[in-house]
Design a protein around this ligand. Structure first.
Ligand SMILES: [Fe+2]
Length: 300
């Protein structure tokens, strides 16, 4: 099959203390910390690496300041891993067995075996007329939101060479375009993933950089409570609660001190091979809905 999921991501950062505080507040688990770097995990065992002195196997940064340096993709079998390493061609292997290369934009790309940890999810029971699943029980606050997994990564790329940038992922790594938004970018699905997109290459800003990484949480309440908690902890919201048009996921975005933004995401469309690539000549609305208010003269 091939690539299953994001296995690991690495950011080069300036302020380790601030980044550690951010991702602890965000709900990830700190598993390693030195004076130079920190490692966090999601519930399904993906790792987030924060490095003040990134290693020599990483390509140069694509933008100034803290930013994403590499995405390591998890592959299902040794045979598929060998096949992909051969398809990519020019790779170097680090001591941990990860094969490293670089994409057409300059982002590091790694390949390794996927090691998913099970993270069972029990959806919160919901009630509507004729569909009652919660009797004699009141809902309580989740209080501590824990992301299940990094579910997609969105990278900004220059307009020039955008087709080659996409072809690296579709031609060599087996990603499948699910929605092509001609003025904006290409949404792609990894062959072993069910989400409507595992990756977005966005050429609209016409410059290379990290756009965001999305973290799936179990449900709508987690998106709301997670965002509220981050605001209470002093972090800056980047996009208020809404539901996307492409992918249908509920979202809330925060600015990340590691570069770009992070997204709490829930309830994304799942699509299989019967979902044919959709080509949009104009950019669809960003969201189906976004939270509006007319209290306190707040802008919507
Ligand atoms: Fe997203």
């Amino acid at each position: 099959m091939g690539i299953q999921r994001i296995e690991s991501v690495t950011y080069s950062i300036d302020d380790l203390d601030e980044c550690v505080r951010f991702y602890e507040d965000f709900g990830l688990f700190l598993v390693e910390r030195t004076g130079e770097h920190a490692v966090f995990e999601t519930l399904t065992g993906q790792t987030l690496q924060l490095d003040t002195r990134p290693g020599p196997l990483l390509p140069p940064p694509v933008e100034h300041g803290p930013t994403l340096r590499e995405v390591v993709w998890g592959v299902d079998t040794e045979e598929e891993l060998d096949r992909l390493v051969t398809a990519v061609g020019d790779t170097r292997q680090s001591a941990d067995g990860v094969h490293h290369t670089v994409d057409e934009t300059g982002f590091g790309v790694g390949l390794t075996l996927a090691r998913p940890k099970p993270a069972p999810v029990t959806p919160r029971p919901a009630n509507s007329l004729g569909h009652v699943t919660r009797w004699n029980t009141a809902l309580e606050a989740i209080t501590r939101v824990r992301p299940l997994r990094m579910c997609h990564v969105a990278l900004n790329i220059p307009q020039a060479g955008k087709d080659e940038a996409v072809a690296f992922y579709t031609g060599r790594l087996g990603f499948r375009p699910t929605d092509v938004v001609e003025p904006m970018g290409v949404f792609m699905q990894a062959p072993g993933d069910d989400d409507q997109h595992t990756m977005l290459l966005c050429h609209r800003p016409d410059k290379a950089g990290v756009n965001h990484i999305a973290y799936e949480v179990p449900g709508f309440d987690d998106v709301v409570e997670g965002g509220n908690h981050m605001i209470e902890r002093g972090w800056r919201e980047a996009r208020r609660l809404g539901r996307h048009t492409i992918g249908s996921n509920v979202f809330r975005f925060l600015h990340a001190p590691s570069g770009g933004r992070v997204e709490y995401a829930a309830d994304m469309d799942r699509v299989d091979d019967s979902y044919e690539t959709r080509v949009h000549g104009t950019t669809p609305p960003h969201h189906i809905w976004a939270l509006r208010t007319n209290r306190d003269n707040e802008a919507s």
